[in-house]
Design a protein around this ligand. Structure first.
Ligand code: PMP
Length: 419
């Protein structure tokens, strides 16, 4: 018997089918945005009457909101296993978090990043640093060896940062984070973990993994309220220019004798949080952290692996379906699976899943163009490389709120559509 899913919102939503009937919607696009946990919604709804401006008022509700905002920061720090002097900065998203770090790099910094990354982790660095793009490794061991070799050749007089994903948003495959962190540190570099697809599925412990920063988004962690997190080492963040210039990030602003304006910026968490912060988003993330910790990641992951096993073995029986994998046989993955169907355009396939079965998946390149191109080209028998090649794939992804029936319906639908 499969354990029950965690209660999420949206389970009563019905999807219209092409034949004019309706069916309960099967949300299998958690990797894009996961539905809100019911518990998160209840916490947020209970808080909304007390809503007030954070850090700005002496009134009761302002103080209460400020306390909840700062408590949310502590909850996130505990959830991530942060070290005592780590910072937790609330941002808008993973993209925002990594862009913030990109603007906080020290002078002359070099960045090392695999070509397989999500664009949010691939692109921000080229604006502020010199970047070395590492070729796609075909195993976790090769990933560590590739990084090791690249870092061994670097100019150690310059600061360096490595950016890696914890779990791929395309293949769902897990990357060897502790080993990559050890390689980075062995060569005097720092490392940031893009945990957008990892935190919803597995525990992330910043101190145990020994990563310097971690970034993730609330809307993939069952808290869809427009907030994200960058957590980790204080020094680069403290020394960097404030991400946004404005109120809340300043200690003192004064006119100067020569007619200008001079500013002392805060050096604590608020340095990069100018403007009225998204207290609802931060509180929702903290609520999700509490709910997941209470449910226990061992239980959630065991359930997910059970459903994943059924999904993957169901697809493996279908001769026209090719599941995309970078690391191949034996790779560990979270509940994220991309595939191509021989003789079927991926967009048309995803549309058929929606129109005939009420199943929501994603098709496309998943904001990881080099990786998807590499894998779909290889799946079609073309040589790997940076040519155009076949493109789109279909991605099915799920999590703690997914009922068994959604996975069963999905496997049956793919079987029928490819028969
Ligand atoms: N990194 C990974 C691995 C992702 O899957 C995503 C979202 N698809 C992002 C970064 C960017 O997240 P967001 O769109 O919330 O900024």
């Amino acid at each position: 018997v499969t354990p029950a899913p965690l209660p999420v919102l949206g389970t009563e939503v019905c999807a219209p089918l092409a034949d004019g009937t309706e069916i309960p919607y099967a949300a299998l696009d958690y990797a894009a945005s996961a539905p809100a946990l019911r518990r998160v919604w209840e916490d947020v709804a209970a808080y909304l009457p007390y809503y007030g401006s954070v850090h700005r008022g002496a009134g009761h509700l302002s103080r209460l909101s400020t306390d909840l905002f700062e408590e949310s920061r502590r909850t996130v720090a505990a959830f991530l296993g942060c070290r005592p002097d780590d910072r937790v900065v609330f941002t808008r998203s993973t993209t925002d978090s990594l862009n913030l770090l990109a603007t906080s790099l020290p002078e002359g910094c070099e960045v090392f990043v695999f070509e397989t990354e999500h664009h949010a982790a691939l692109l921000p660095w080229q604006r502020t640093a010199s970047v070395t793009y590492l070729d796609a490794p075909r195993s976790p061991v090769a990933a560590v060896a590739t990084l090791d070799a690249a870092l061994a050749a670097r100019d150690t007089a310059r600061p360096a940062l490595v950016c890696v994903t914890g779990a791929s948003n395309v293949t769902g495959e897990l990357w060897p984070v502790p080993e990559l962190a050890a390689a980075a540190h062995r060569h005097g570099a720092r490392i940031v973990l893009d945990a957008a697809q990892l935190v919803p599925h597995l525990p992330v412990d910043v101190a145990a993994l020994d990563v310097d920063w971690v970034a993730f988004s609330g809307h993939k962690l069952y808290a869809p309220f427009g907030a994200g997190v960058l957590a980790g080492r204080a020094d680069w963040l403290r020394e960097a220019a404030p991400y946004l210039a404005g109120g809340g990030a300043t200690r003192r602003v004064a006119r100067t004798a020569d007619g200008g304006v001079e500013t002392d910026w805060n050096t604590d968490d608020s340095r990069h949080e100018a403007g009225s912060p998204n207290v609802v988003g931060a509180y929702a993330i903290a609520s999700a952290c509490r709910a997941l910790a209470e449910a226990g990641f061992e239980n959630l992951a065991a359930r997910e692996q059970l459903l994943l096993g059924r999904l993957v073995s169901g697809l493996a029986e279908l001769p026209r379906v090719r599941v995309l994998s970078l690391f191949g046989e034996g790779a560990h993955r979270v509940g994220v699976v991309s595939f191509v169907v021989e003789g079927y355009d991926s967009s048309a396939f995803a549309a058929a899943l929606s129109d005939r079965y009420g199943i929501g998946v994603r098709d496309g390149l998943f904001c990881a163009h080099p990786l998807v191109r590499l894998l779909t080209g290889a799946a079609a028998g073309e040589g790997a490389g940076c040519g155009e090649g076949p493109l789109n794939a279909v991605r099915v992804s799920f999590g703690a709120g997914t009922p068994e029936e959604h996975i069963e319906r999905f496997v049956r639908a793919v079987r029928e559509l490819t028969a």
